[in-house]
Structure formats: C-alpha cells, structure tokens
Design a protein. Sequence first.
Length: 407
Amino acid sequence: MTEINANFRKLPGGYLFPEIARRVRAYSAQNPRARLIRLGIGDVTLPLAPCVTAAMEEACREMGRKETFRGYCEETNGSYGFLRRAIQGVYRDAGVELADDEIFVSDGAKSDCANIGELFAPQAVAAVCDPVYPVYVDSSAIAGRAGTYDPVTGRWDRLVYLPCTAENGFFPTPPAEQADLIYLCSPNNPTGTAADRAQLRRWVDYANARGSVLLFDGAYEAFITRPEIPHSIFEIPGARTCAIEFRSFSKSAGFTGVRCAYTVIPRELNRGGMSLNALWARRQSTKFNGVAYVVQRAAQAALSPQGLRETGAAIQYYRRNAQTLRDGLTKAGLTVCGGVDAPYLWVKTPDGMDSWGFFDHLLRRAGVVSTPGAGFGPGGEGYIRLTAFGEAEQAREAVERIRTALA
C-alpha cells in the first residue's frame, strides 16, 4: 500500500490563520449584523499603484500580439533581465552589489522560505525565533527536520528555539549549541521589531564561525524608518559567505493577490564543497517554470522611480495606521511593541489573560479580529498581533472599540 509522508501526521492541529477564520465565521454566524474590523491576517487593502496596473495592461496587450507574445522564460533563473536589473538597482541604492545570476524571482517569499530547506540534509539542525512566523517551523517539520511535537510545551524536540522576549528586545542572540540553519526575520513578523547592524553582525560572525546558513526573511524591509536598521543582511560584512535573503512584493507593492518575490543567493555561499546558488538554480529549473511575464512587468514598474513613489505613498499610509494603533493602545494602558519599522504591533494581553482568550475577548466585545500570539509558538503566549493594513478610519475606530472593551 502507498505510504504517505508521516511527518504530516506530526503537525499539530491546523495552520494558524484557518483556525482564526473558523472562529470568525462562527462568531459572524451568531452575530450576522456585527461589523468586524479585521486586524488579524496581514493582507493589504489599498489597490495596486497606477503605474503597476498600467504596466500589467501593456504586458497583456503584448501577450495578445504574435510579434510580442512570450512563452516559457528561458533567461537566467527563469526571470527576465529587466526585472533582475531593477532589483540590482534597489540593492545598489543600499550599497550592495549583486551579480545577475544571484537573483531568483519566484511567486512568494513564503514559498521560498519553505522550499529552501530542500537544499539541506534532514539531519541539519534548524534554529527558529520564538515567537516565529509559522511557515519556518511547519516546513521544517514536513521535511523531518523538527523531530517530534510536544503538545504540552508547544515545541519540537529537534528545533533550537531562540527566545525573543521583552528583556532582549524581541531579537535573539546566537545560541551556545550548534545551529545549521537559522531563520531570521527583520523587520520581524510577528513582533514588529527590527535588528540593528550590531545585532546582525553577531549572527553573521556566528554563522561564518560555525559553518551555518542564515535564512534571512526581509519581506518587510520597505517599512524600515530608522537609519540604523539595515535593509539587507548583505549590508553586513561577511554575509555573502553565510546568508540567503528572501524579499517579496506582497507588502511593499501590494502584490498579495498578484504573487511575486525574489531570493538572493550569493555565489560565495558554499557548503560541503557545493555552491548553494547552483543547487537552488538546479532545484528551480526542475520544479518551477518562473513567474508570469505580466507579473514580472508589474514588479519592474513597482521598482521604477514612479513606482517607488506610488508604492511609497501606500506604505506611508500603513505606517500612519500603525502609529494610530500604537499611540491609542498605549494610552489605553496596553504594552505595545513594533509598529515603527514594521506593519505589525505586538500587544501584551492585560491581566494575565492568555492570547486566545484575549483574541476571543476582542472579537466578542470589540468586534476586532487579531492574531493570538500563541499561534506563533510558545514564546508568543501572552501577546496578540495586530496589523496596520486596514483602512485609516478602521484603525481609529479599532482603538476606540478596544479601549471600551478594556474599560
């Protein structure tokens, strides 16, 4: 009889966000007139920038003409040169030079963060922040790298957990034990914090000394406001020999429904005598036929001077929402982290309430949908995550509703 991958049996319950959706549906069914404010799942709400839609429209017209039609993309790494050059320009503005073949365009940073594990042996030891974006943990478990899940502690026995607490500013320090694959996210999802150069330098030094690989998720770098926060791990000396970086257009350009991202793997990154750049190119050519031409033209437009101005206006809109939430909830007596260099706010639950309890309290008493911190790992217990991706009026109303619910 055909056997399935037994690692799927080890996964606890359902994925975090479907469980949130289930609870929200149940509440809405019981309260059909309730008007909910959704600050849980981090989906954008503003439309695509005008220059992006114009580029997509023109690309669609090209695809409808014989002389400009395109089929399979046979260029470097399954992407078009016009987009790779635009990405190179973004990095160059940050003082980072990338070779053309170090850029891999894909349909999402989530996909790449999950799939990158295929390059490494199942016995490689993975380290994750706690709390953490669930895909790092779940994809490690599916690959057999996480071991066995303990429902009492909420931890996997083969993962190295890196505590992210109020005491360390919600960013971890390197562990004493060996960690082969280290997932870092800055600006961070879920805590909304961002690492400075000194913090990242410690990790780069650790990885180079131990032969580890940093898997650096920079999907929210467009929200960075402070000059001391690097936009790329490759701004740190030595990172080219130990790091892979993931970026996405989902939040920076509103592409959650369009799907486009890219991963950077330097040529200098080698392990076991093999080039990780070459391995990923081989993996992608086997399993992935590239991102649609229309979407790649849209991404190129988003990185143009006009595109950066237009998408920058949307990012600023979300930043103001974050500030509204941060200021209002702080005045309401809650302890709030994040919301400065990231679109997420990490809010401590009041009076020792657990995170799912506070989620239910806000849903039923305020009509506000949040994300319980426990869904991001045991270190997230006692917190909820809010996003700034709603509308400005909703952010203001959510603050008032939450203040009333707390009163």
